[in-house]
Design a protein around this ligand. Structure first.
Ligand code: ZN
Length: 379
């Protein structure tokens, strides 16, 4: 992965390049930010740049032996650790990242490194379990790094989602993070660095990755064939997160939208009227939908809430709404504002994550409907 493959983030790329060129490479660095800002691909491009033998114009060359191995994620001196688990009970404690490398390479190749933690759990099919980085994994890290590097100047250990390390794993790594071996780099990539143990956090230099500029998101959506009449609005509602932008761009020609529209308006009407029995019945209906249908409902509802919020903020000229959607959101938007938009979206995202982790759909949907109804208040 080269810097040129990274969406936006020009300032940060320049900063990283300058640091490497002037020999300032800190041995433990924490890249933090939402997955959709491109935190992982940025860190990979950075490692590739460090070990490239023919750097030029602020980027790796893409064709030296080191770059070629980096491209396929098979460089013998580059190691990846990430949360894993096993769907089978008995082997849960034995699973380490190395068992999942084929899936890891595949998801990075397919997404360019732009994927969420949940996408990863779906990829490795761990059902309703959480991924974690175990003590055994930490021992493996120490063992791996104790070997001399094969060919590169720097050995690099990526730890993706280090907040998933349990205490035993964190403690096992502390010493190494504090007194690293020569020419060994730790790149921690976190989407919620506040959850990291303080002892880990304080030993790494943090590189806060900001949201992607709207202009870079727009250019990328256009490249992906999204109609130019929609790109600005999608960029606007995705808040600098390209994963969210790509998801929003899928809408517009989806035949399931009629059904999603029905369900969304029912949820909002019952909430507005405080009809608890109806909300629970509604929850039963949605709980019975298929997995994909539920996923689609969540994305749809989040989109309509954001659109309504923009309408309320007086930005109706740039909302992407037509026909009955526009008519409904026009009436509904006064009830969506700064006081509740984040809570509403968070609640939907939480329910989506819980469903994806195979939680009980009836309970999750009923809880969500009741929480949402408290957020939609008659004026
Ligand atoms: Zn190169």
């Amino acid at each position: 992965m080269q810097f040129k493959d990274i969406i936006g983030q020009d300032y940060l790329k320049e900063m990283l390049v300058k640091a490497v060129d002037s020999g300032r490479i800190s041995h433990a660095q924490l890249f933090s930010g939402e997955s959709g800002y491109g935190v992982l691909p940025l860190a990979i491009a950075y490692a590739q740049y460090i070990n490239c033998t023919a750097k030029s114009n602020g980027d790796s060359c893409g064709s030296c032996p080191s770059c070629i191995k980096m491209k396929d994620l098979v460089h013998p001196d580059i190691h990846f650790v990430f949360p894993v688990n096993s769907a089978e009970k008995s082997s849960a404690n034995k699973a380490t990242s190395v068992n999942f490398l084929p899936q890891w390479r595949s998801i990075i190749k397919k997404s360019g490194g732009y994927f969420t933690e949940q996408d990863w759990y779906d990829k490795i099919e761990i059902g309703n379990k959480q991924g974690m980085i175990s003590r055994l994994e930490a021992d493996e890290i120490i063992k791996t790094l104790s070997f001399k590097s094969f060919e590169a100047e720097y050995k690099v250990m990526f730890i993706w989602m280090p907040e998933k390390m349990n205490i035993a794993a964190s403690n096992a790594l502390l010493k190494l993070l504090e007194e690293p071996w020569d020419k060994t780099l730790f790149l921690l990539i976190s989407s919620s660095s506040s959850k990291l143990l303080k002892t880990i956090n304080s030993r790494a230099q943090e590189i806060a990755v900001p949201r992607i500029d709207d202009s870079a998101i727009i250019a990328n959506l256009k490249l992906c064939g999204v109609s130019s009449s929609r790109v600005e609005e999608i960029a606007h509602i995705s808040c600098g997160n390209i994963i969210r932008a790509k998801e929003s761009s899928k809408f517009g020609d989806n035949s399931s939208e009629g059904e999603n529209f029905e369900l969304f308006t029912q949820l909002m009407r019952h909430s507005y009227n405080d009809k608890h029995m109806e909300l629970l019945e509604w929850a039963e209906v949605v709980a019975a939908l298929g997995r994909e249908e539920k996923r689609s409902f969540f994305s749809y509802s989040i989109r309509l809430l954001r659109e309504s919020y923009m309408m309320n903020a007086g930005l109706s000229s740039i909302t992407y709404l037509y026909g009955e959607e526009r008519a409904f959101c026009n009436k509904f938007s006064p009830f969506i504002g700064n006081h509740n938009i984040e809570n509403l979206v968070t609640e939907l995202e939480l329910a989506r994550a819980q469903i994806a982790q195979n939680g009980n759909p009836k309970m999750i949907m009923a809880h969500m409907a009741l929480v949402i109804s408290k957020q939609i208040v008659k004026k």
